[in-house]
Write a protein that binds this ligand. Structure first.
Ligand SMILES: [Fe+2]
Length: 344
């Protein structure tokens, strides 16, 4: 049984509506919390006329004839890399803009990933969230097309997709209404129409899908499973006597670095549960970098962002995980990620 694990594909689109939304979200997030400017942005955006004027103006600066201005890309890269501006929220806004600026046109990376995945002949593919950038219809359609093409080339394989925080974002900044219905409509077929936890059983492997983006406050970044999911998971794992137990969710459990996004709020509960029930491996995304951890004896693998990059733009490669299971165990308990070299 072979599982390929990819994550954070971050499809983006250049429809007029999506462009306006990218710009609006960028403005909301680019303004540091607590600074007088935040009030100014809020005042501008509250009125439909003022809002349109602002969006048109920013749009004119960033785009030219439906294409991104190269100067805007350079400025975003410089600001993002140097961390000019104020703190993490600002850099996150830059990152969001980079997603759109650099990848909206769908770079070749996805083609190489698709080819490599097909070559590896997995029995199952796991996508640990963030297939979209702002959870728009156009982005979901692109993601669904990618999945359709991939699965057509692997007719004997199946796929599991869990939602990331970007997949549940709402059109209105500050709203807490997640778009789970859109996720379920386009990508949720594998997860019982969007109900979690969801269980899938394969030859010697039990795979449990979890929904981690629950709190959409805090710029849509924070994640938790909640007591109901934890309890259901406990029951599911407890009733499973044989085979490898594999958990899939979007958020990370422990920051491998000192800075960055907050880990799953109830991650310690999850790790304790995983340890008790002998979970073989936990698969996640969210942190845009490929790494492995062993937490309380449990193997945890992050698939990074397979298309946006473990910065392939800068490093010329992307990575993901291919895991083989035999007799209910991982064959290699110290796996190394697959690396795809990208032509310059
Ligand atoms: Fe992401």
């Amino acid at each position: 049984m072979r599982i390929a694990h990819i994550s954070d594909l971050h499809f983006a689109s250049l429809t007029t509506e999506d462009r306006a939304e990218y710009v609006e979200k960028f403005l909301w997030r680019a303004v540091p919390v607590g600074v007088a400017g935040a009030g100014g942005i809020a005042w501008l955006m509250r009125d439909p006329k003022r809002r349109k004027t602002v969006l048109d103006l920013v749009e004119r600066v960033l785009f030219e004839k439906g294409k991104i201005r190269p100067a805007a890309i350079i400025a975003a890269v410089v600001l993002g890399l140097t961390g000019l501006g104020v703190g993490y929220v600002y850099r996150h806004a830059i990152m969001k803009l980079l997603v759109v600026l650099l990848y909206a046109e769908d770079s070749k990376i996805r083609e190489f990933l698709l080819k490599d995945l097909v070559d590896k002949r997995p029995d199952h593919i796991v996508v640990s969230g963030d297939l979209t950038s702002i959870a728009s219809d156009a982005e979901f359609q692109k993601a669904a097309d990618f999945v359709r093409v991939l699965m057509a080339k692997l007719p004997n394989a199946s796929i599991t997709i869990v939602p990331g925080n970007h997949d549940l974002e709402d059109a209105d900044a500050g709203s807490d209404k997640p778009k789970l219905h859109l996720f379920a409509k386009y990508l949720g077929a594998s997860s019982d129409g969007g109900s979690f936890p969801s269980v899938r059983r394969f030859d010697g492997v039990t795979l449990v899908e979890l929904r981690s983006p629950i709190s959409l406050t805090n710029a849509g970044v924070s994640g938790a499973l909640g007591s109901t999911q934890i309890k259901d998971l406990d029951d599911i794992l407890g009733s499973q006597q044989h085979g490898a137990k594999v958990l899939v969710m979007h958020h990370h459990l422990k920051n491998p670095w000192k800075v960055g996004m907050q880990p799953l709020e109830d991650g310690k509960d999850l790790i304790a549960l995983a340890k008790t029930h002998g979970v073989e491996v936990i698969l996640h995304g969210h942190k845009h970098s490929v790494y492995k951890q062993v937490l309380n004896g449990v193997l945890v693998l992050c698939a990074g962002t397979t298309t946006l990059a473990d910065s392939p733009v800068f490093r010329g490669h992307t990575k993901y995980w291919v895991l083989d299971f035999e007799d209910g165990r991982l064959v290699d308990r110290k796996p190394e990620p697959v690396t795809i070299k990208l032509p310059r």
